[in-house]
Write a protein that binds this ligand. Structure first.
Ligand code: SAM
Length: 281
């Protein structure tokens, strides 16, 4: 069942939306001295070579990070994220792309901690290699992130950013994500939780944002980026969304300028659009 490999999709429009929100949120959390944990329930390999056979197969980064790479007019939140990708590619040629664990590692301070789950046997080994000199600040778990996270909550410093980023190839991932959020909130109600989801033509994906809004109806933010019309054959990813519970205060304002810019730069046809909605307490 574990056929998904993120390298095929590294740096695509969905990664751009997800990763710029992760960077913006962690930068906000790092403004206070108090330590926090970054928990990634579905970590992937941690970082990707864009000249690998997997990444070049469909070259999805060409319509994701690609169009942003050389732009000089990036809104602040996009720039903070693109600067991290630039830091991985100091000679100016886009060759490497960071996964969420690597972006988090770059943003976290000495007092913060990473907790990363990855189930795929090959991916966890690459993740281990990528974090081999991280020391005790990063703990890697070869296992199921949906249930594994529950043993970590509440985290010792009582502050955490949690990314739940399944591939949703198994449609049970939608329900498991909702269950994990509910169980996590029972243990740790004040954490910031971010869920990525795909816009595809299946009912589970279409009803997912409304289900997410019911998890904590008083404090959420939802941003989605659609890059094209749904395809005629019913297959493929036409966009994606990020749904945050207890979002950082700065995020909604940052996204007001970011989302129209992403539609302009990454939109493929006249189906391109964004949504930005929130209920904040
Ligand atoms: N978060 C990563 C990033 O942004 O760079 C990408 C993660 S990728 C979308 C999803 C990953 O989850 C895959 O590497 C897959 O092997 C892994 N996975 C699938 N089911 C899992 C589970 N139940 N627990 C932990 N990892 C799982």
């Amino acid at each position: 069942m574990l056929s998904y490999r993120h390298a095929f999709h590294a740096g695509n429009h969905a990664d751009v939306l997800k990763h710029l929100i992760v960077v913006e949120a962690l930068r906000y959390m790092a403004q206070k001295d108090k330590p926090f944990w970054y928990i990634d329930t579905h970590a992937g390999a941690g970082a990707y070579a864009l000249d690998s056979a997997q990444a070049t197969k469909n070259a999805e980064f060409d319509t994701g990070i690609g169009p942003l790479w050389n732009r000089k007019d990036l809104p602040e939140a996009v720039e903070a994220f693109v600067d991290e990708v630039r830091a991985m590619n100091p000679d100016g040629t886009l060759r490497f792309y960071p996964g969420s664990p690597y972006l988090a590692w770059r943003t976290l301070r000495e007092q913060d901690r990473l907790r990363l789950f990855e189930l795929h046997p090959t991916e966890i080994n690459v993740l281990r290699e990528n974090f081999h000199d991280a020391g005790r600040r990063a703990m890697l778990y070869a296992g199921d992130g949906f249930t594994g996270i529950l043993a970590l909550l509440p985290p010792a410093p009582r502050r955490a950013f949690v990314l739940i980023d399944p591939s949703y190839e198994d449609k049970k991932d939608y329900a498991r994500t909702i269950d994990t959020l509910n169980e996590s909130l029972k243990r740790f109600a004040t954490g910031t939780y971010a869920v990525w989801y795909p816009q595809v033509q299946r009912p589970e994906s279409q009803r997912f944002p409304e289900q997410l809004k019911r998890v904590l109806p008083s404090n959420w933010l939802h941003a989605s980026l659609t890059v094209r019309k749904p395809s005629a054959d019913g297959y493929g990813l036409h966009g994606s969304g990020m749904f945050l519970i207890n979002p950082p205060y700065s995020l909604v304002n940052a996204l007001k300028t970011t989302m129209p810019y992403l539609v302009e730069q990454l939109g493929i046809d006249d189906g391109a659009k964004f949504t930005l909605e929130s209920k904040l307490s």
